[in-house]
Design a protein around this ligand. Structure first.
Ligand code: FAD
Ligand code: 2HG
Ligand code: ZN
Length: 486
């Protein structure tokens, strides 16, 4: 587990006493908490990557919004620091206590509240697991407007708190557009109910937007109202092998024009990513030969014949124009799963290496491969990559290229202090020069908060701090994270 450089426990926060635990027990009941049991606490104190580790002695699992309100009211009164936790799949250490903060887990708030099958508007508790919601909607002919590799564990509340993007943002847009309402508990224990089920409502400041992507620093999301699209009747997935990043861009541009309204995902990965995946998987190769770049194209529509024809024409054009060197179209559900399995499998494969430095940046699409190339060269020049005894195994690239979002991951065979020192802030400076973002979709947590100024102006950071102080004057909600400490 990584230490937290530069963090000292804020001694204004109270250390838990037995009377506090008794108070919490009166709110959530005997079974609604875990106290002083290292084995049971471990899962809540460690993140998905096993990179961050906290020392919380208490996990609270409220079952109702009122219980969340009672907990937060008491925490603010008593200056007890709290970390909201969803499915604990976040990749920036946001859901893990830094010291002894109380963990407030939403996992026992997991009911669907209502569904309108005319409008497709779903209301649900924040602790519902994304895949569970999607499966439930499937029965009704609808789907969740977002999808990501962590769907089997992440909560919709966690998705909202991180403003997760994922694999279909290209088609269905961000949560800032699909969310119609939220129920949020503020640090003082008041419940902000904006569970609107209206598509149109221009009455006042749109306060719910403030909580989407706020990573549990200004309120705990307990409920959501979200617009869900119809589940497409026809889904196709194709994989292209390409020689150059130029070709990736050509394929993207052409897909927008030829596949237009049926295009639902356009993902890419480089051969370096494939090599790490192969090392940790015994899945059969998807293509006979290997190429420097791969593109996954998904179409979703209402008429299979129409979609098949469009996709076939597109692929033919890609081959004739020599944009793509090879292309395969999934013939059935299993093949669709296999192709998506590679794309969604990189995070897990990388996690099996001794160390991985994860970055999630956005920039103009035409800069993405330059970013990877430049980083490789920079690390070679720094003496940590490219020699037989180098700590770095590879710099791999994949991501939501259609959204200008690169997941740049650096895998290493051992922990070597020179490596992070060469990457940070070098990469952030590079991204800032392209007017990009140092965190496209994973958020800031404790991993990126100190670098916020690479993506936001002093004026904006000042305003953010003002909002934080207004809503959470004692700073009890998810401390040490999100905003830079200086
Ligand atoms: P957690 O990890 O538990 O929490 C994340 C943050 O939100 C923390 O700061 C926490 O305090 C806060 N939080 C959680 N619940 C609440 C709540 N109810 N109220 C207030 N604050 C809360 N992200 C993407 O954007 N796109 C992807 O494609 C993607 N793919 C992923 C694939 C894998 C394999 C993994 C492991 C992660 C991936 N992620 C992706 C990261 C992503 O942020 C999370 O998977 C997800 O959105 C977090 O949800 P969670 O419930 O696990 O939240
Ligand atoms: C993805 O798109 C996720 O697969 C995870 O956002 C990215 O592991 C990563 O860096
Ligand atoms: Zn992603």
């Amino acid at each position: 587990a990584e230490k937290y450089p530069g963090f000292n426990r804020n001694e204004q926060f109270k250390k838990l006493e037995d009377s506090d635990v008794d108070h919490f027990k009166a709110i959530v009941g005997e079974t609604g908490l875990i106290y002083n049991n290292e084995d049971d606490l471990a899962a809540f104190n460690t993140d998905w990557m096993n990179k961050y580790r906290g020392q919380s002695q208490l996990v609270l699992k409220p079952k109702t919004t009122q219980q969340v309100a009672d907990i937060l009211k008491y925490c603010t009164e008593q200056s007890i620091a709290v970390v909201p936790q969803g499915g604990n799949t976040g990749l920036v250490g946001g859901s893990i206590p830094v010291f002894d903060e109380v963990v407030l887990s939403l996992q026992s708030m997991n009911s669907i509240r209502s569904f309108d099958d005319v409008s497709g508007i779903l209301t649900a508790d924040a602790g519902c697991i994304l895949e569970g919601l999607d499966n439930w909607l499937n029965e009704k002919g609808y789907m969740m407007p977002l999808d990501l590799g962590a769907k089997g564990s992440c909560h919709i509340g966690g998705n909202l708190a991180t403003n997760a993007g994922g694999l279909r943002l290209l088609r269905y847009g961000s949560l800032h557009g699909t969310v119609l309402g939220l129920e949020v508990v503020l640090p003082d224990g008041s419940i902000l109910d904006s569970m609107s089920t209206l598509r149109k409502d221009n009455t006042g400041y749109d306060l719910k937007q403030l909580f989407i992507g706020s990573e549990g620093t200004i309120g705990v999301i307990t409920g959501v109202s979200i617009l869900t699209p119809r589940r497409p009747k026809a889904v196709n997935v194709a994989l292209l092998g390409l020689n150059t990043y130029e070709d990736v861009q050509k394929a993207f541009k052409q897909s927008r024009s030829e596949l237009s309204e049926i295009l639902s995902a356009f993902e890419f990965w480089d051969n370096n990513a494939l090599q790490i995946y192969k090392k940790h998987s015994d899945a059969k190769p998807l293509m006979e030969n290997e190429y420097p770049f791969y593109v996954l194209i998904e179409t979703s529509g209402s008429n299979k014949d129409h979609d098949d024809e469009k996709l076939t024409n597109y692929l033919e054009n890609m081959m004739v124009d020599e944009v793509a060197q090879d292309g395969v179209v999934a013939q059935d559900e299993t093949q669709i799963k296999n192709i998506w399995g590679v794309r969604e499998g990189f995070t897990e494969a990388l996690g099996k290496e001794a160390a991985v430095y994860k970055y999630d940046v956005s920039m103009p699409v035409n800069k993405i491969n330059d970013c990877l190339e430049d980083m490789r060269q920079h690390l070679k020049d720094g003496g940590v990559f490219g020699q037989p005894d180098s700590p770095i195994i590879d710099v791999v690239g994949y991501g939501h290229v259609g959204d200008g979002n690169l997941h740049l991951n650096i895998a290493a065979n051992r922990v070597d202090k020179r490596v992070p020192a060469l990457i940070e802030p070098y990469l952030f400076e590079w991204v800032a020069k392209q007017n990009g973002s140092i965190s496209a979709e994973h958020g800031l947590g404790v991993a990126k908060n100190q670098f916020l100024s690479y993506s936001k102006s002093d004026g904006m950071i000042k305003m953010m701090k003002t909002m934080k102080n207004l809503l959470d004057p004692k700073g009890v909600l998810n401390p040490y994270k999100y905003l830079p400490s200086q």
